[in-house]
Design a protein around this ligand. Sequence first.
Ligand code: GDP
Length: 297
Amino acid sequence: MAFEGLAERLQGTINKIKGKGKVNEQDVKEMMREVRFALIEADVNLKVVKTFIKKVSERAVGQDVMKSLTPGQQVIKIVKDELTNLMGGEQSPIKFATKPPTVIMMVGLQGAGKTTTTGKLANVLRKKYNRKPLLVAADVYRPAAVQQLQTLGKQLSLPVFALGTDISPVEIVRQALEKAKEEHHDVVLVDTAGRLHIDENLMQELKDIRGLKEPDEVFLVVDAMTGQDAVNVAESFNEAVGITGVILTKLDGDTRGGAALSIRSVTEKPIKFVGMGEKMDALEQFHPERMASRILG
Ligand code: GDP
């Protein structure tokens, strides 16, 4: 299970302070030492850990806690609040265009789960938001990607716009936007090219697609299992093309949690959804508070 190690460590630390009738600065210090260690072990970005510990410590040794009746519980609440804040605080909704179609660009590196997530998101858009999405196969560099999206479309009974792989992605998207207008699709979901590494060509292509019509959302799909690499990828994509949100995949695996806990602070972009499996219904909206509760038990 995801976050298992982190949850175990934090819950252990919490249990020590939970029943305390009085919490002094030394108690907080000791607890923070353990929390710091747990976060570092979970592969959380070091800067993020430092800021987090500072914030929690400051609040925990403050007047309120010292005077309260159940100081142990208060400290735990502070940790939970700050973990929630770390992951963005509030749940971040999808931004829809005031004038349809809403254009959502899916970007990411190969293998992150971009194509699968495009299918899953289309499914969510239809089921939960009652939209009529058009899927666009613009990943022309991985030949199997076009076919993969078509297969997913068939499975979901959703239309996929594809023109093969011998045509530029920009042209594909241009024609797809026309088709969306003609056929009254209110969301256009573009599966862009994923490459093995971030390179200039990839970024230029994404910028060119962006140039056709400013997307309402640019979702970066990253693999939660890759920890700090995912955070670095997010930073690079954000700097180069600008992203509006992150979708973390493979949270059903045994990821330590570093990506989920660091990405928001580092990129200042919210985690919108999390992938919880390979199936088409395995995409969940990301709720920072629920995630913090899960980690703290
Ligand atoms: P792309 O290259 O980024 O388009 O990646 P794909 O969509 O082809 O996904 C790569 C692999 O990751 C596939 O085997 C997917 O089934 C798998 N995958 C994607 N999302 C998830 C997820 O949330 N959980 C799990 N367990 N596997 C996933």
